[in-house]
Design a protein around this ligand. Structure first.
Ligand code: RB5
Length: 147
């Protein structure tokens, strides 16, 4: 079955989101574009929360967020239990975010990443498996006890 991948951005990530949505479709994914749908100013939490809820509820395995720095989107997404949103500005960071941290949301700092690098980061994150082993124990400890 074709994997459905939600993607969302604020105005700062809009252009790169459009580019990465096209790249995802070309890679064969079913893209769920949550918005924003124009470069008009918006508030990043309005897009981070709906996407993170899909991951939290298990409707999708993973998703992609973009804002200017990647920080606001990651703060909001990481408030959701079970969501591990990683800001990645290079393929190397994306690779480690998968191998060591099992990142299920990729967050791109759109104002600091070219279209070409954005696609390289995205492909690396999509294709790199979690290593498990000693990293599983650490990932299991991320959720505060009592939640
Ligand atoms: C928008 O100007 C910018 O603040 C936002 O995209 C993001 O970088 C916030 O973390």
């Amino acid at each position: 079955m074709t994997e459905r991948i939600p993607i969302a951005s604020d105005h700062a990530g809009f252009e790169l989101k459009e580019h990465l949505s096209k790249a995802l479709r070309e890679m064969g994914y079913d893209v769920d574009d949550i918005g924003t749908h124009s470069p008009a100013s918006t508030d990043y939490p309005d897009y981070a929360h709906p996407l993170a809820e899909k991951v939290e509820r298990g409707e999708v395995a993973r998703g992609v967020l973009l804002c200017g720095t990647g920080l606001g989107m990651s703060y909001a997404a990481n408030r959701h239990p079970g969501v591990r949103a990683a800001v990645a500005w290079s393929p190397e960071i994306a690779e480690l975010a998968r191998k060591h941290n099992d990142a299920n949301v990729l967050v791109l700092p759109a104002r600091f990443v070219s279209e070409e690098d954005g696609v390289r980061i995205l492909k690396t994150w999509l294709e790199t498996p979690f290593e498990g082993g000693r990293h599983q124990k650490r990932v299991d400890k991320i959720e505060p006890s009592g939640t």
